[in-house]
Design a protein around this ligand. Structure first.
Ligand SMILES: NC(=O)C1=CN([C@@H]2O[C@H](COP(=O)(O)OP(=O)(O)OC[C@H]3O[C@@H](n4cnc5c(N)ncnc54)[C@H](O)[C@@H]3O)[C@@H](O)[C@H]2O)C=CC1
Ligand SMILES: O=C(CO)COP(=O)(O)O
Length: 344
């Protein structure tokens, strides 16, 4: 298989390295010529994956046309805020009918679309060829071959299984799922909660607060997810609770790290500068709160985080306000027909 990976940050690089090890011919597109040269000559990506040795067969280029030429599979791996730009610029160079897969956890800041919907805006005939990979998978662990599981979600079973076969190896186990929306929303929305858990740790709160945020956070994710057409069972899977757990507890998580710095008293700008890589949860909080307003859904944790990130509310006050909300019932009703998605 010929694969083009668009985006040479930590995730694009780890995925590209995995696919080379799986015997694919992989070209990774980097926008920075210096980074492309480091990947081609030293077989390293020191800016985004310091210390990782990349396969010598991995080829990097700054030419989109070159990366996409003859690709059977295209993998988009840039931050969600850059996705429209990259989808637009790559459109003319995507010829034939390759699988269009993305590994991005966020929304389009302009339209609030999910990433597959954004891809389909530019490739209207590609519904059977789009796929998302999601799940608990920090690049730093994937690139060193630590055991990891992910999900390939697609509208077409054949596409999902092709992507499953592409990535699957002895250390990377891939499951398929027909619920594209659920996989995308689980992956994007958990970043809000990871920011919140980081804040709680930064404030010196304990494990009880962490568990509460993760559990009630999952309720919020499912509430919005159902409204947007996801299936509730997906949130109990790898791209839901699985990714929520890893992002809220891993030292590798950039969202968690950012939250922790905020809890320790840093401003948002200072925290983002220290982390220095994509922190998707910031934009996603803004978009999720807007979507919750549109759909008249309660997302108190996301709303509290919004106040901290964008209105200057002190994190400690935000937590006090969350704890003193009016009393409510824990479990809500879910329409049974929405419980799981399936292929024909
Ligand atoms: N890092 C990880 O462990 C994982 C990341 N993801 C997701 O993957 C997506 C990409 O994130 P990372 O690779 O982690 O970010 P990163 O911050 O490590 O790297 C981002 C890369 O995208 C490039 N980029 C940004 N805008 C661009 C544009 N307009 N044109 C070309 N290149 C552009 C940057 O130059 C950089 O190489 C995010 O949605 C993230 O949530 C998903 C799973 C794991
Ligand atoms: O989604 C991820 C792991 O599954 C990466 O999370 P961060 O972007 O917070 O590092």
């Amino acid at each position: 298989m010929n694969v083009a990976v668009l985006g040479a940050g930590s995730w694009g690089t780890a995925l590209a390295a995995t696919l080379v090890k799986n015997a694919c011919r992989v070209t990774i597109w980097a926008r920075d010529p210096h980074l492309a040269e480091q990947m081609n000559v030293q077989h390293e990506n020191p800016r985004y994956l310091a210390g990782a040795q990349l396969p010598t067969e991995l080829s990097a280029t700054t030419e989109l046309e070159h990366a996409l030429s003859g690709a059977d599979v295209v993998i988009f791996a840039v931050p969600s805020a850059s996705m429209r730009d990259v989808v637009e610029r790559s459109q003319a160079h995507i010829v034939g009918h390759p699988i269009l897969c993305h590994a991005v956890k966020g929304f389009d800041p302009k339209s609030y679309s999910t990433m597959t919907d954004l891809i389909l805006e530019y490739h209207a005939d590609a519904a059977k060829r789009v796929c998302v990979i999601a799940g608990p998978s920090h690049a730093e662990e994937v690139v060193t071959g630590l055991p990891t599981t992910i999900v390939a979600a697609a509208y077409s079973r054949l596409t999902a299984e092709t992507v499953q076969d592409l990535f699957m190896n002895r250390v990377l186990r891939v499951y398929t799922n027909p619920d594209v929306k659920g996989a995308e929303l689980g992956g994007a929305l958990k970043n809000i909660i990871a920011l919140g858990v980081g804040i709680a740790d930064g404030l010196g709160f304990g494990d009880n607060a962490k568990a509460a945020l993760m559990t009630r956070g999952l309720t919020e994710i499912a509430r919005l997810g159902l409204k947007l057409g996801a299936s509730v069972l997906t949130f109990a899977g790898l791209s839901g609770v699985g990714d929520l757990i890893v992002t809220c507890t891993s030292r590798h998580s950039r969202n968690y790290q950012t939250g922790k710095l905020l809890g320790q008293g840093k401003s948002l700008d200072e925290a983002l500068k220290v982390v220095g890589m994509a922190v998707e949860g910031v934009n996603t909080t803004r978009i999720a709160v807007a979507l919750a307003d549109t759909h008249a859904i309660e997302m108190p944790i996301a709303q509290a985080l919004y106040a901290v990130l964008f209105d200057g509310k002190p994190p400690r006050t935000a937590v006090e306000d969350l704890m003193t909300r009016a009393r409510i019932h824990e479990i809500e009703e879910v329409a049974s027909e929405q419980i799981s998605a399936s292929w024909d």
